[in-house]
Ligand binder design. Structure first.
Ligand SMILES: Cc1cc2nc3c(=O)[nH]c(=O)nc-3n(C[C@H](O)[C@H](O)[C@H](O)COP(=O)(O)O)c2cc1C
Length: 162
């Protein structure tokens, strides 16, 4: 049975997630995009996954470089999330950003709650996306603050009272 696309989208909107920026590097090229499709996979070995749209530019950089970093965004990084999601000036997303590199060379972004620097283990074809499983080669801990949350098409804040 085929599910209706509207019902599928509507159900997915009811899933709250954190927000990350997945960055990658291939030679002199660095790129990155906002990603909510992130999950931990395994503790031993340390594995995570991200899902990238086949139409995204980030996907071709990950394919070429075989590495990516997941930068977990804090509540105050909404503007950065929008910048890395927007198709306007997509080649200028890193301008003015004081990013660094850990082990793989993928950009580690300032202000992230934590960053996971990964080498692609396998990649899996999955419909209009590719699932990248990454072995975590370095963890960079950032400043502790509340996470940026995305739910029902909008950014939210976590409240202790809720
Ligand atoms: C909150 C949020 C979450 C997103 N999550 C994903 C995701 O998990 N995977 C994905 O491929 N795109 C995701 N996107 C869309 C990309 O960030 C967007 O298409 C971006 O412009 C792609 O950039 P690129 O083509 O330069 O790589 C998300 C956007 C937003 C605002």
């Amino acid at each position: 049975m085929n599910v209706a696309a509207d019902a599928f989208r509507s159900a997915l909107r009811r899933w709250a997630s954190g927000v990350s920026i997945v960055t990658s590097r291939a030679g002199d090229t660095v790129h990155g995009m906002t990603v909510s499709a992130f999950s931990s996979v395994s503790l031993d070995p340390p594995l995570v996954l991200v899902c990238a749209d086949k139409a995204s530019n980030t996907l071709s950089v990950i394919d070429a470089g075989g590495v990516f970093a997941v930068n977990l965004l804090g509540a105050r990084q909404q503007a950065l999330s929008n910048l890395f999601a927007s198709k306007d000036d997509e080649d200028r997303r890193f301008e003015g950003l004081d990013w660094s590199a850990a082990v793989t060379g993928s950009p580690i972004l300032p202000g992230a709650l934590a960053s996971l620097d990964c080498r692609v283990e396998p990649a899996h074809d999955a419909g209009d996306h590719v699932i990248y499983v990454g072995r975590v080669e370095a963890v960079v801990e950032g400043e502790g603050e509340a996470p940026l949350v995305y739910y029902a098409g909008a950014y939210r804040s976590l409240s202790e009272a809720d």
